[in-house]
Design a protein around this ligand. Structure first.
Ligand code: ADP
Length: 276
């Protein structure tokens, strides 16, 4: 019952936007992919996650999205980017094989039994920014950064995943997906948190293709949203939450920010708390 003469399918891990994700065993004998051998990897092959994407004539858009994801991920190799091991069509489906990840940052944040110390948060933010720095070096935008797309491996390493919406900068003749109602809804939430952007803060704003003037919302103090974080953390976040991309801190600058060198130091990923 092997798929592609190599993968033994196991249980369903979850339902994604385009199809189901399976746990599977990669029976191909190979060196461990990382320095940390998983408990069940030494004899029976490595555990992988297979994303099964339905192919069909009326699903052209899905195909394009999937192919985009594959093309991008195959070129991205970094300790903080999820590894794409294999991709192949099987029956009516496209199968994409990823390294198996234990959990994700959303599960860690939501777990009422887990407490994240300032050093733990710093460790996660540093890993996120390192992964993103690598993407930006390659002129790749993730476009869907959120906690459940930040997967966490058995050794506590955080990796960016789900590049389905990512796009290479400047690819000619193509536009980003048009904004829908949910985007406007998202904008309202951003404006409620950070205030509506003003033209003097972001002069290029009025040139955006779908620009419309929005009812003025004043910016609350960032401190009121984040009452417990350190001054260094607040300074870094205020620079990351800058509307105008020309004034916003770059990834490289963010990683050099004093937040990462001041106490407490980032927690060793092996020592990060995780769900049981
Ligand atoms: P979506 O398309 O909604 O972003 P995905 O297709 O990426 O979701 O994933 C669906 C679910 O499958 C996830 O919520 C997660 O539980 C599981 N999953 C995805 N990728 C992996 C992986 N590499 N390792 C383990 N589980 C995974």
């Amino acid at each position: 019952k092997k798929v592609a003469d190599r993968y033994l399918k196991r249980e369903v891990l979850g339902q994604g936007t385009y199809g189901v994700v399976f746990k599977a065993t990669d029976t191909k004998v190979s060196l461990p992919r990382n320095n940390f051998v998983e408990s069940d990897s030494s004899k029976n092959g490595e555990t992988v996650a297979i994303k099964k994407i339905r192919l069909g004539k009326e699903k052209e858009g899905v195909n394009v999205t999937a192919l985009r994801e594959i093309k991008l991920l195959k070129e991205l190799k970094h300790p903080h980017i999820i590894e794409l091991i294999d991709a192949f069509p099987h029956k009516e489906n496209l199968h994409i094989v990823f390294e198996f990840m234990e959990t994700d940052l959303e599960a860690v944040i939501r777990d009422p039994n887990l407490f994240l110390s300032p050093g733990d948060v710093k460790s996660y933010l540093q890993m996120i920014l390192k992964g993103l720095e690598y993407c930006h070096d390659k002129w790749v935008l993730h476009r869907d950064m959120k906690p459940n797309n930040l997967l966490i491996g058995p050794n506590g390493q955080l990796k960016l995943a789900d590049f389905g919406l990512a796009r290479i900068f400047g690819s000619p003749g193509r536009k980003f997906t048009h904004q829908g109602n949910s985007d406007i809804d998202q904008l309202s939430k951003i404006f409620a948190a950070f205030g509506t952007p003003k033209v003097d803060q972001w002069p290029d704003m009025i040139c955006l293709p779908d620009y419309v003037e929005y009812q003025f919302v004043p910016a609350p103090a960032l401190r009121s949203l984040l009452p417990t974080v350190s001054e260094d953390a607040l300074d870094l976040l205020s620079k990351m939450f800058t509307y105008d991309p020309k004034s916003r801190i770059t990834i490289q600058q963010a990683l050099q920010h004093r937040y990462f060198t001041s106490a407490p130091s980032p927690t060793d990923p092996l020592k990060l708390p995780r769900p049981v």
